[in-house]
Design a protein around this ligand. Structure first.
Ligand SMILES: *Cc1c(COP(=O)(O)O)cnc(C)c1O
Length: 389
């Protein structure tokens, strides 16, 4: 699929779509803010016409995204959720979607509170057993929505096995690859039809840009998505496209360090008495499954204490910043039940394992010693009981 067969990921991340500009020799891709373009004659659509349809800076980003995911076409959107919406726009009223039950909270909200109004039906299954997808198929099932490792419990799905089940029934398979990134796993190579990214996370990598992307390798699907991007107008702006390209140049270096740091933190957490359970793809010492080359930077764990104590822990770290989102160079700490997953009803949330004691870490690329000290001090802060008022 790749245009540059013999070139490696690291090289493509830096060079794809980003050749020095002819006119000035600029090494970094110019930021094209123009909304409209001079055409040769009335009705000339051979080049750029209007930026909602196509923009040179966005196009450069879309080229590098397509290459890194081993796709043919990529589309950049104003946010991850805008890109998910574009996938749902491929469906018709009455269609049914099978999704993982441990979904990103915003995706769940979009499905349940918005798309249901347009008569799209949703079922949610535990992704760890592919048979659950098979059992959830109905006559009107048109899309499998896979997110893995899931958020926040980092459950792993066997993408290839789920693809096999879906293909038998002509079901479109979309994978939210936000947590793994193309450096760790390429779902299109595993048979998925659409890869989706919240580029606001690892692709951008610096917590300074909101964006989303879809990558495909089928020309018919690409045409439908490009039409949608133009018709709906959820495309990414030029400056955000430029920032994302800059972030992507170091994706491989960051993912290596995120993974190493996260592994050491997961091992440390396993040794802490107050910690009940640690969720981390690489923990059992075995090779990380699911065609992932490394575990990534997310670690979740549960603290065996009441909510007040857990809250105190979340406010006791100095380097781990209490904040939503993930995937930046700085370490972040999140309390899913009260933050990212607060929009999911309590019974559903708890049934899926998102309890009041659960904490999710986005492990950054700081020095591991400093991160470990930060967590140790926070555990020390809750080792004395909290006075109930
Ligand atoms: C953040 C996130 C999204 C939504 O992306 P936005 O860029 O915030 O719209 C979707 N899926 C996952 C896994 C995410 O982490």
């Amino acid at each position: 699929m790749s245009k540059y067969k013999n070139r490696k990921f690291e090289t493509n991340a830096i060079h794809c779509g980003q050749i020095p500009e002819d006119k000035t020799g600029a090494v970094t891709t110019p930021l094209h803010m123009s909304t409209t373009y001079k055409v040769g004659f009335p009705g000339d659509e051979s080049g750029y016409v209007y930026s909602r349809w196509s923009n040179p800076t966005r196009k450069a980003l879309e080229e590098v995204l397509a290459e890194l995911e081993n796709g043919t076409d990529a589309f950049a959107y104003a946010s991850g959720l805008a890109s998910i919406t574009a996938v749902l726009h491929l469906l018709d009223p009455g269609d049914h979607v099978v999704a993982v039950d441990d979904l990103y909270g915003g995706t769940h909200r979009l499905f349940e509170r918005l798309m249901k109004k347009f008569k799209i039906e949703f079922s949610y299954v535990d992704c760890t057993n592919p048979v659950n997808f098979k059992n959830a198929i109905q006559d009107n099932t048109k899309l499998f929505w896979i997110e893995t490792p899931t958020n926040p419990l980092l459950k792993l799905a066997d993408i290839e096995a789920i693809v096999k089940i879906g293909k038998e029934k002509n079901i479109l398979i979309a994978v939210d690859n936000t947590f793994a990134t193309p450096y760790i796993r390429k779902p299109l190579d595993l048979g998925a039809d659409i890869v989706m990214h919240s580029a606001s996370k690892y692709l951008g990598g610096h917590c300074d840009v909101i964006g989303g992307a879809l990558i495909v390798k089928d020309s018919e699907l690409a045409e439908k998505l490009h039409f949608n991007q133009y018709a709906v107008g959820g495309m990414l702006a030029p400056f955000e496209s430029w920032l994302l390209m800059r972030g992507i140049k170091t994706l491989h270096l960051r993912m290596e360090r995120h993974s190493l740091n996260a592994m050491k933190i997961a091992e440390y957490l396993e040794s802490v008495d107050l910690v009940d359970k640690v969720y981390f793809p690489g923990l059992d010492g075995s090779k990380v499954p699911n065609n992932m080359t490394m575990p990534g930077g997310m670690v979740s764990f549960t603290i065996n204490a009441d909510l007040e104590t857990v809250k105190k822990f979340t406010m006791s770290t100095k380097l781990f910043i209490l904040a939503e989102s993930l995937g930046g160079v700085e370490s972040l700490l999140n309390h899913p039940a009260l933050m990212t997953h607060a929009s999911i009803p309590k019974e559903i949330r708890e049934k899926a394992g998102v309890t009041d004691g659960l904490i999710r870490l986005s492990v950054g690329i700081e020095h591991i010693d400093d991160l470990l000290i930060d967590l140790r001090l926070a555990f020390a802060a809750i080792s004395e009981p909290v006075k109930q008022s």
